[in-house]
Design a protein around this ligand. Structure first.
Ligand SMILES: Nc1ncnc2c1ncn2[C@@H]1O[C@H](COP(=O)(O)OP(=O)(O)O)[C@@H](O)[C@H]1O
Ligand SMILES: [Mg+2]
Length: 361
């Protein structure tokens, strides 16, 4: 069995490590020099939408998947006749456009913050009248790690928001004064079986994920998130791992966005779950039975962003994952996970680790 993966970043690398244990061979397409997944299989060095590279992948693999969310949908559709491509291109299409994504949440009865599509400068005034302040203006496409977003705090900010982002399709969203953020990771295999991981509670700094902890002690939220994630998986006829990001406000959930791939907030599943999100993604797309998503304790994860300080390599606790990427401000270079017996132990240990690894950042 050989799978083709579009993208050879750290998500591809962790898929590759899981594949090795399942005796699945990997082959990648990625334009960068020496990407993290290069140690896991051959990398065809080409842009993500290069027709010849994707055709070569399709011709040499049993199934194709992707770890990079901005693969052009048409490029995947072009190889669908040759080889199964999972998750389905339609799911990717929804996830790539924040407006489409929100309309989908609405159709599926998944609660979400107010929003307004922006085409002209005047639309920003209309949005402000409808959504109030603060409001966040986002590019509909290609945003990640908080990029392509502008928070409008007062009416006078509208001109700067338009000047900064107004050249591409935009959406305005109500700013949610959330209590905290969670994500729900679910997986569905070719046969339609579904498994859902316990919720993760996530903290972002400057729009980038900083820490995740799981499980979350909020059974009614977990039930709702489970239900919403199942609706997405079923309705999209989804195959693979999917992550749904949600805001928690006053005991209610509001959907923010979903990622049609393995997700940073699920990295703790490598050590903290019976089956990692990466292994379950591979099982799903190869139509194998899904593995148990039961937790092995209380898991925590700290992202290593910008640099991996020496302190991160000298910790007596936790498992360090170094993706082997060159340091650069704002870049995800690795993460550390811990698994403890109680939530209190986890939180105390995570705080210590976080202080140690971020004090130099
Ligand atoms: N409408 C909003 N209200 C409050 N916080 C928000 C809102 N939109 C985004 N954020 C904050 O910014 C982070 C990144 O935004 P998100 O929409 O998830 O984009 P990205 O694709 O960059 O992950 C969110 O996890 C959240 O912390
Ligand atoms: Mg996000």
């Amino acid at each position: 069995m050989r799978i083709g993966i579009v993208g050879a970043g750290q998500l591809g690398q962790m898929l590759g490590f899981a594949a090795r244990d399942l005796d699945i061979e990997c082959r990648f397409v990625d334009p960068s020099d020496n990407p993290p997944a290069a140690s896991c299989g051959e990398v065809i060095r080409a842009p993500f939408d290069d027709p010849a590279a994707l055709a070569a992948l399709a011709a040499s693999c049993d199934v194709v998947t992707y770890e990079f969310e901005n693969v052009p949908v048409d490029a995947l559709r072009a190889i669908e006749a040759e080889v199964p491509v999972y998750p389905p291109a339609d799911a990717l299409r929804h996830a790539q456009d924040r407006l489409d994504e929100k309309l989908l949440f609405g159709r599926l009865g998944i609660p979400l913050p107010g929003f307004h599509a922006i085409h002209t400068r005047d639309d920003l005034d209309t949005a402000l009248g409808k959504l109030g302040l603060p409001m966040v203006v986002k590019t509909r496409r290609l945003g990640y790690d908080g990029k392509g977003q502008f928070v409008v705090r007062e009416r006078a900010d509208l001109d700067s928001a338009w000047a900064t982002l107004g050249t591409v399709a935009l959406i305005a969203e109500q700013w949610v004064d959330f209590d905290y953020e969670v994500s729900c990771i679910g997986v569905r295999n070719v046969g339609g079986d579904i498994a859902i991981y316990p919720l993760s509670r996530n903290v972002h700094r400057d729009g980038i994920l900083s820490t995740s902890r799981s499980p979350v002690d909020a059974p009614s939220l977990a039930d709702k998130a489970d239900d919403y994630t199942r609706r997405l998986l079923t309705n999209l006829d989804y195959v693979g791992t999917l992550a749904l990001e949600l805001f928690v406000r006053d005991g209610e959930l509001l959907a923010n966005e979903f990622a049609p791939r393995v997700h940073n907030s699920g990295h703790w599943t490598i050590e903290g779950s019976d089956t990692s999100q990466f292994e379950n993604h591979l099982r799903a797309i190869t139509n194998a039975p899904l593995g148990s998503t039961a937790s092995r304790g209380h898991a925590g994860m700290v992202n290593l962003i910008g640099q991996i300080p020496d302190a991160a390599r000298a910790l007596p606790h936790g498992v360090l994952h170094d993706y082997g990427k060159a340091p650069r401000p704002g870049r995800k270079l690795g993460h550390i996970t811990i698994t403890t017996r109680t939530g209190e132990e986890r939180d105390a240990l995570l705080d210590i680790i976080e202080r140690n690894v971020t004090q130099y950042a």
